[in-house]
Structures are given as C-alpha cells and as structure tokens.
Write a protein of this length. Structure first.
Length: 231
C-alpha cells in the first residue's frame, strides 16, 4: 500500500499557466486561414473542453455543419501551428502562483508528475515550453488522444504505469485541475481530484462539482503525505 499518491496529474490552462488568450487567437487564425471566417471560440466553448470538442463546436457554429474527418485534422493542425506564435507573443502569459515551486518540490520528493489536458499533446508542450515547465512531466493524456476528457485521463493512467514500470493502484493517483470537468474526469476513472480556484471556478463551485479537496492556489500545496512509500 502507499501513504499517499505516487503519480500526480496536472491540468495546464488555469491550473499551471494562463496563456493570456493565446489559444483563442490561434483558433481565430486557423479558421481564418482555412475557411476565411472569423471565429471567437469563447462563444462556443466551455472551460475544460478538449481541443477536438472546441474545433467541432466552433466549426458547426460558423459553417453550419459537422466537419469531415480530414477537415477536423486540418483545423487542429493549423491551430497548433499558430499556437506556437501566439503563446510566444502573448503579453499576458504567466505561470500561476506557486506552480513552479510546487512542481520542483514534488519532483524532489519522488513523485511522478503527469499531464491531463484537453490540449493536443503538441499544444500542451507549446504552452508549457515558454516557462520551461515541460521538464517536470514524464507522461500524460491529451486532447489528441481522445475528445472525451475521461478517456484521455484513463490514457494518462496507463502511460503512468508504463513510465513507472509496474501497476499503480487508483488510490495512488491524484488529479489537480481548476474546472468541474477536471473533477468529473478524475472521478470517472476512479481517482481523487484537487480543485484549484485559480480561474473562473470558485472554491464553492469546485466543492459543488464534487472536488475531494479545494485550494486557492498551488502555493498552498497539495493534501498529500510528506513522502512517497510504495510496497
């Protein structure tokens, strides 16, 4: 058994960093290039949605039909292309309070750290690379794995076991995110979730969504034992 989690999964947007609208601008540039239409994805998306969900909803809203598979692949690819530019140029990009310090501490104490993000894998690494945060994470589940956040979370668990080299019991995982969707996805795969009230969801919102623990920022630390112990 374990005294606490072995693997901790982090959401990106609103949990570790804010891109300052870089993702929204990248979607706008992608749709403008491919279809010559103006898109503000904030009108069609909710916090915690995966990139494929955002693409499909926005496509349907502005073009009046579902995208064909090749069209979906194309718009997702152009989004990632422009994301590298918009993240780099974003004046409001920032690492959220306590994030880098917490990640450094957790790595030093022997925890495995992974990502659970609705971004595509490439998009996730683009967003983290500006702050040099990719170095902390050895596995993850992404929007490019599944449009369903629960499924990509399950993928993250499977990849954690591959990285660890053995099976990891569900109580040895902990998920950290800032939205109700993060909580729902964690519970759907049978793991606990820490809600971080660093974006639009308040502490009460996250409690109402079923978060097992709630903190105001990552500077407060996580509700875990002081060391990793696995038998």
């Amino acid at each position: 058994m374990t005294d606490g989690p072995v693997a901790i999964l982090f959401d990106i947007d609103g949990t570790l960093i804010t891109s300052g609208g870089a993702g929204t601008r990248a979607w706008a540039l992608a749709f403008d290039e491919v279809y010559g239409v103006k898109v503000d994805i904030s009108q069609f998306s909710d916090l915690g949605m995966t990139d494929p969900e955002v693409a499909v909803r926005s496509f349907e809203a502005v073009l009046g039909r579902k995208p064909q598979p090749k069209e979906l692949v194309s718009i997702l690819e152009r989004h990632v292309h422009y994301l590298a530019q918009t993240v780099e140029s974003s004046e409001r990009y920032k690492v959220l309070d306590g994030a880098e310090e917490l990640l450094t501490d957790l790595i030093g104490r022997g925890y495995m750290l992974g990502l659970v993000s609705g971004n595509s894998e490439k998009g996730a690494h683009i967003k983290l690379s500006r702050a040099n945060l990719n170095r902390f994470f050895s596995f993850g589940g992404f929007g490019s794995d599944s449009a369903d956040r629960s499924e990509l979370t399950k993928t993250a668990l499977q990849r954690a076991e591959l990285a660890f080299g053995r099976q990891i019991a569900l109580p040895q995982f902990l998920s950290v995110g800032d939205t109700a969707r993060d909580v729902e996805a964690a519970h759907a795969v049978g793991i606990k979730c820490v809600g971080v009230a660093t974006s639009k969801f308040t502490k009460q919102d996250l409690l109402d969504a079923g978060a097992d623990y709630v903190i105001g920022s990552l500077r407060e630390g996580l509700p875990i034992q002081s060391s990793v112990s696995v038998q």
